[in-house]
Design a protein around this ligand. Structure first.
Ligand code: PMP
Length: 410
C-alpha cells in the first residue's frame, strides 16, 4: 500500500500558500493537522443548506443536521471499533474528554487515600485534571517514569499499582518525544490488577489503527483537529458499564429526561454527557475527516510517515551539535531537537523566516523537559502530505541558522 503525497497535497489549499514569499513547509502537524477541502466543503454545505439545531426539531433542516451528526457518531464508532455508538461522546477535544472523566469518574469512584497514576510523558491535559481531582478528593497522583530514550519504564507499574489505585491515564503516543507506548501491554497489566485505563490518543488517532475492543481500553480520548478535521470537536470513548454508572458532568439542555425544581432525571447515553447545543457542524466535519483518512488508509499513512521519519532521523543524526530528544525504538513521525548553543526560540523564529513552521517550547509537557534538564525543544512533526524535499528544506534551514550562530554544522 502506498500513497501519493504530491497528489494528496492538492486537497489542502494551505499547503500551496507562500509565507514571506517562500513556499510554506508545514512541520507542526503534532499541534494541529491541516484540513482538506473534502472536510471543509461538507461543513460549508451544511452551513449553507441544512444548518439547524439538532435533536429537538421536527422540521426538515433539523432532521437533516441531526442525521449528519448522528451518522458522524457511527463513523467514529466504526473507526475505533466501539461496541456501541452510545459509547461515543462528543466533546470539545482531548482536553475536555479527560476533564470529563477526571470529574465524573473521579466523583463516582475516587475518595480520600485513593491513587491515580499518570506517566511522566503526559501532555498537561492528562496531568492537570487528575491533579485537580486528587487535590479535591485528597487522593494522590503517582507517576510512571520514562528512561532517557523516552520509553516508559512499564516494569515499574507492578510496584506503582496498589489496591488504592483507581485509574491509570497514559498517552498512546507522546506529542513531544514521538514515543509509541505499548498500550495493549499496559492495559493488560493494569486490568490484571483491576485498574481501568484511560488512553490519550490525541497523537495516535491520525497515525495508527485503533480498536478499543481489541485493546480493551476503558476510556479513549482524541481531538478532531489532529485527525485532519475541524477544531473544537473531540471524542471520549468510554465503556458502557462505566458511562452508565458515572454521573453527568455538566448540566443543561439535552442531557435531561425530566426537569422539575425538586428533581431532574438524566437522559440516556450518550446524551447524558452532552449538555447544551452540540458542536454539530464540527461533528459532521469530523465524520468527513474520518471518511477522508479511511479512503487513504491508516496503514499507508503510517508506512509513509515512518519512511519520512527514518529519512529525517538519519540526516539529523549526522549533524554534529544536534541532539534528538526521544530516541525510542518505536516512534512516530516527530523529531524534537536542540542544537547546542542555539536557543529553540531563535531556531524556530529563523526557520519561520524561511517559511518553515516548526513548534518550539515545552509542547505542554513540562515534566518531559524537566526530565532532560532543558527548557524546551524545536519540534518538527510530519504528516502524510509532507515530502523528503521539505525535510531537505528544513535541513538546509538548520544549516543556515548554524552558520549564523557560528555553530559547527557538518
Ligand atoms: N494529549 C496530547 C498527547 C496532545 O498532543 C494534545 C494536543 N497537543 C492534547 C492531549 C490536548 O489536545 P486538545 O488541545 O486538542 O484538547
Amino acid at each position: 500500500m502506498s500513497l501519493d503525497p504530491i497528489k494528496l497535497r492538492q486537497d489542502f489549499p494551505i499547503l500551496s500558500e507562500k509565507i514571506y514569499g517562500k513556499p510554506l513547509v508545514y512541520f507542526d502537524n503534532a499541534a494541529t493537522t491541516q484540513t482538506p477541502t473534502q472536510v471543509t466543503d461538507v461543513m460549508v454545505e451544511y452551513y449553507n443548506k441544512y444548518n439547524s439545531n439538532i435533536h429537538r426539531g421536527v422540521h426538515y433542516l433539523s432532521n437533516k443536521s441531526t442525521e449528519g451528526a448522528e451518522n458522524a457518531r457511527i463513523k467514529v464508532q466504526k473507526f475505533i471499533n466501539a461496541a456501541h455508538s452510545h459509547e461515543v461522546i462528543f466533546t470539545a477535544g482531548t482536553t475536555e474528554s479527560v476533564n470529563l472523566v477526571a470529574n465524573s469518574f473521579g466523583e463516582c469512584y475516587i475518595s480520600e487515600g485513593d491513587e491515580v497514576i499518570v506517566s511522566e510523558m503526559e501532555h498537561h491535559s492528562n496531568i492537570v485534571p487528575w491533579q485537580m481531582l486528587c487535590q479535591r478528593k485528597k487522593a494522590s497522583l503517582k507517576v510512571l517514569p520514562f528512561n532517557d530514550n523516552g520509553e516508559l519504564m512499564i516494569e515499574k507499574l507492578d510496584e506503582l499499582i496498589t489496591d488504592r489505585t483507581k485509574i491509570l491515564a497514559v498517552n498512546h503516543i507522546s506529542n513531544s518525544l514521538g514515543t509509541i507506548n505499548p498500550i495493549k501491554e499496559i492495559i493488560d497489566f493494569a486490568h490484571s490488577k483491576n485498574v481501568p485505563v484511560l488512553i490519550d490518543a490525541a497523537q495516535s488517532i491520525q497515525h495508527k489503527k485503533i480498536d478499543v475492543q481489541a485493546l480493551d481500553a476503558d476510556f479513549l480520548a482524541f481531538s478532531g483537529h489532529k485527525l485532519y478535521g475541524p477544531t473544537g470537536v473531540g471524542v471520549l470513548y468510554g465503556k458502557e458499564k462505566f458511562l452508565n454508572e458515572m454521573p453527568p458532568w455538566q448540566g443543561g439542555g439535552e442531557m435531561i429526561q425530566e426537569v422539575t425544581f425538586e428533581k431532574t432525571t438524566y437522559n440516556e447515553l450518550p446524551f447524558k454527557f452532552e449538555a447544551g447545543t452540540p458542536n454539530y457542524i464540527d461533528i459532521i466535519g469530523l465524520g468527513a475527516a474520518i471518511d477522508y483518512v479511511e479512503a487513504i488508509g491508516l496503514d499507508a499513512i503510517d508506512a509513509y510517515e515512518q519512511e519520512l521519519l527514518a529519512y529525517a532521523t538519519e540526516k539529523f543524526n549526522a549533524i554534529p551539535n544536534l541532539k534528538i530528544y526521544g530516541t525510542a525504538k518505536n516512534k512516530t513521525s516527530v523529531i524534537s531537537f536542540l542544537v547546542e548553543g542555539i536557543h529553540f526560540y531563535d531556531m524556530g523564529m529563523l526557520l519561520d523566516q524561511m517559511g518553515i513552521a516548526v513548534r518550539t517550547g515545552t509542547h505542554c509537557t513540562e515534566p518531559v523537559m524537566q526530565h532532560f534538564g532543558i527548557e524546551g525543544t524545536v519540534r518538527a512533526s510530519f504528516a502524510f502530505y509532507n515530502t523528503k524535499e521539505e525535510i531537505d528544506a528544513l535541513l538546509a534551514g538548520i544549516e543556515k541558522v548554524c552558520k549564523m550562530f557560528g555553530v559547527k554544522h557538518a
